[in-house]
Every structure is written in C-alpha cells, then in structure tokens.
Design a protein around this ligand. Structure first.
Ligand code: FE2
Ligand code: FE2
Length: 176
C-alpha cells in the first residue's frame, strides 16, 4: 500500500531509524551508542511524541479503534525504548556500554518500525478519512519545522550535559 502523504514524514523518519537500528545491532560500541543518543534527541524523541500526541489521538477522535493488539504493542515499545535510552545514557555517563543490551534495543527499535509500517500505518490509512489523514500531515509539517531536540534531553536532573558525544566534541574543538 502506498503511504498516504499525511503519514509520509513519519515514514521518512522510519527509514532513518532502521539505519540506526542496523548499526546498533552490527556495531554495539560506545561511539554507536553516543550517535544513537544524538539521533534520539534530534529525531526519534520528536517522532514518538508525534505518534502519541498527533497520529493516534486524531485517529481515535474520528472513531478509529485504538484498542488493538498492534497499537498496544506500539505504545509498549515506546516506553521500553524510552527506558532503554535512559539506561544507555547512564551507561555512557559511566564510560561503558553493555553490548548485548544495546543490540537488543536495536532489535526492538527495528521490530517497532516494522510493526508500524506493516500493520499500524496501513490500518490507520484504511480506517481514517482523507481529511483526518490530511490533518495529521499538516500537524506533522508544523511540528517538524518548529520542534527542536530541546524537549528531548534525557540527562538526569542536575547531571548536566555529561554524555560525551564525538560529533559535539569535534564541533567544540572547531570553536563552534
Ligand atoms: Fe513508534
Ligand atoms: Fe514510528
């Protein structure tokens, strides 16, 4: 099924998430973990929020049944991945990474994207009106333009920005 334009921005994000998930599973190093946290702050945190606060509520408002096994699994995945982000951030702050846990998180992320692309999104497309899908698309466009990663910081209160990110260190070295 061709993805409706209203959901297209989320599907573009999914491609990026699959690339991350593959790296997490094939190369579970501290560098990959730092890159994953950066990806989370830049993109996935916003993406999850958009699914939770735009996609599913508009679908439900217009009569869509959200009490399905797939949507239950989708939201449980969100919580598990958010929890994994917190744990990985703690690990990196201590200068270590648990490769098996990190690989498992990559596998959960990959399965999550596939669940949405294969089951949840086709289901929403089939059961939501054209105007509902367009409304979602309009909200997503605004959100993509205006939402930065600021609301997605995961550091523990008071701990500051302590997770070393290779990209950011490079920028700092350049005086950026
Ligand atoms: Fe999701
Ligand atoms: Fe998604």
């Amino acid at each position: 099924m061709r993805r409706h334009l209203g959901l297209r921005l989320l599907s573009v994000d999914h491609h990026h998430a699959l690339v991350q998930a593959a790296r997490m599973q094939s190369n579970p190093t501290r560098e990959t973990a730092a890159a994953f946290l950066q990806f989370w702050k830049n993109e996935t945190c916003r993406h999850f929020r958009e699914e939770e606060t735009i996609l599913l509520p508009i679908f439900a408002r217009d009569g869509g049944n959200v009490a399905t096994e797939a949507i239950g699994q989708m939201l449980t995945d969100h919580i598990r991945i958010r929890a994994a982000v917190l744990a990985i951030e703690d690990e990196l702050r201590e200068g270590r990474i648990d490769p098996e846990f990190f690989q498992r998180t990559g596998a959960i992320l990959e399965a999550h994207v596939r669940l949405e692309e294969r089951i949840v999104f086709p289901y929403i497309q089939e059961n939501l009106s054209e105007s509902g899908l367009n409304e979602i698309g309009a909200h997503l466009e605004t959100d993509h333009e205006t939402a930065g990663g600021a609301s997605c910081v995961t550091s523990r209160p008071g701990s500051g920005e302590s997770v070393e990110n290779p990209e950011r260190s490079e920028k700092r070295a350049d005086g950026a």
